[in-house]
Design a protein around this ligand. Sequence first.
Ligand code: HEM
Ligand code: NAG
Ligand code: NAG
Ligand code: NAG
Ligand code: NAG
Length: 427
Amino acid sequence: MLDRWVVIVCGAAMNEELRKLPDDQMSFLGAAEELVQTKYTIAEDVISDPIHINVIRGPLTRNLATVLPAVVDEIDVSFRELIPTHGNEWVTIPAVPLMARVVCRASNRIFVGMPMCRNSELLDIAINFTRDVAKGRFILSFVPIMLKPLVGPLLPWSRRALKQFSVIMKPVVEDRMREIEEHEKEWAERPNDLVTWLVEEANRVGKSTNLIVQALLASNFVANHTSTISVTHALYHLAAAPEYIQALREEIDAALKTEGWTKAGIGKMWKLDSFMRESQRLNGISGISVIRLALKDVTLSDGTLIPAGTLCGAAAEGTHHDEENYSQPHLFDPFRFSDKRFDEGEWMKHQYVNTSSEYISFGHGKHACPGRFFAANELKAVIAYLIVNYDVMFPGGGERPGNVWFGSSVIPDQTAQIMFRKRQRIE
Ligand code: HEM
Ligand SMILES: *[C@@H]1O[C@H](CO)[C@@H](O)[C@H](O)[C@H]1NC(C)=O
Ligand SMILES: *[C@@H]1O[C@H](CO)[C@@H](O)[C@H](O)[C@H]1NC(C)=O
Ligand SMILES: *[C@@H]1O[C@H](CO)[C@@H](O)[C@H](O)[C@H]1NC(C)=O
Ligand SMILES: *[C@@H]1O[C@H](CO)[C@@H](O)[C@H](O)[C@H]1NC(C)=O
């Protein structure tokens, strides 16, 4: 990297070794801090007190079945607004802004709730914040490690965004605090959203409103960019390969018929699940995963000495293209995981959310992404919604555009357009 070396371990066995090292030897939070300079680019309090992580891992994940209908409703309303189809005509729409808007609204329906998830000023602040974190991180990557504590506090953006975000969200949080206090335990209509759960978590550990507001912004930061990237990659695979749409449609129509747009329904979409997992195998969010910072000298099983202070990671790109673990690893084979689920009868092992030493796009081990259960349901709902309601292709039946790399980060093509028309039913 511009400011340091990173030691990368390769292959399933070493991934397993790295993720198993305890936090006091190899620290995930230490690595995140070094890489994103979170203290300066995000906000100091929420980095030392990340209350949102418990809330994402706990109540958000436990309440998935409850919140999913609202997520689907937001997806439905957003797509109706953003894909203006007329009759049977095709419309052509830039993919990234479309997916960013839908993901941002769908996630925020559960993060900040209605009507805030549709507040365009709030969404703009969140969008600018994400961009500014990237900008700050980029600038700090040129600054020598010793000087970062001097330059970091000079970056103005995160403080500015937090202030703007606070103006809108603090009253919402304070109202919720008051309501929760008034109703005490038995408030049946208490909104199921991150605001409620963060207030409860903050009450439990004795924290302030300001920290809750920071946690909401930080949640947007971890959720949005990753989810938008992943779902756009999947959309590109879908638009480039209409031959898979039929099989997916049959499965999704059948699941919706018996279960509707519920968590159970989405759970039955095994082929779609495999499609998403395969898309994320070939197109992660980074070539490096399972990032860790050595807090002590650590000697790996092959004798490599990692001195304290070294940044380490696992080769995600290499792992996901390892012939030892994937036959024809360069091929997009959308049903490779669902075929295994059907054959081996192993329900859990090959599903989208399962991390393993061979599948590390959500990380692996104790710090594996706690938002992946929410993300998997939300992103499957987005793609399922498109599959049952629209025909999708690239203009002129074009091919999937290549990915764009910046250092170790990978993103989908930012300019591609997708054609949509109302699903043509041939019955
Ligand atoms: C497809 C979308 C997503 C991808 C690919 C993704 C990927 C990741 C990865 C690679 C890590 C680091 C794990 C490690 O290095 O071991 C991570 C951490 C994290 N993710 Fe996600 N993520 C996604 C969506 C989300 C969403 C929707 C949320 C919130 C609802 C979220 C919240 C978090 C948090 C809080 C952490 C830090 C965990 C910790 O500090 O222990 N992510 N994610
Ligand atoms: C977001 O950034 C754009 C471009 O820098 C700016 O014009 C806009 O006012 C910002 N929006 C908010 C709400 O800060
Ligand atoms: C979400 O991520 C996408 C893709 O990186 C970006 O274009 C969009 O501005 C982001 N929105 C927010 C609210 O951060
Ligand atoms: C993945 O490959 C490694 C060798 O690199 C092997 O030891 C391991 O058993 C493989 N795992 C699976 C599930 O094929
Ligand atoms: C995930 O897959 C691994 C093997 O790759 C397996 O050992 C583990 O039990 C699976 N997790 C779940 C929840 O099934």
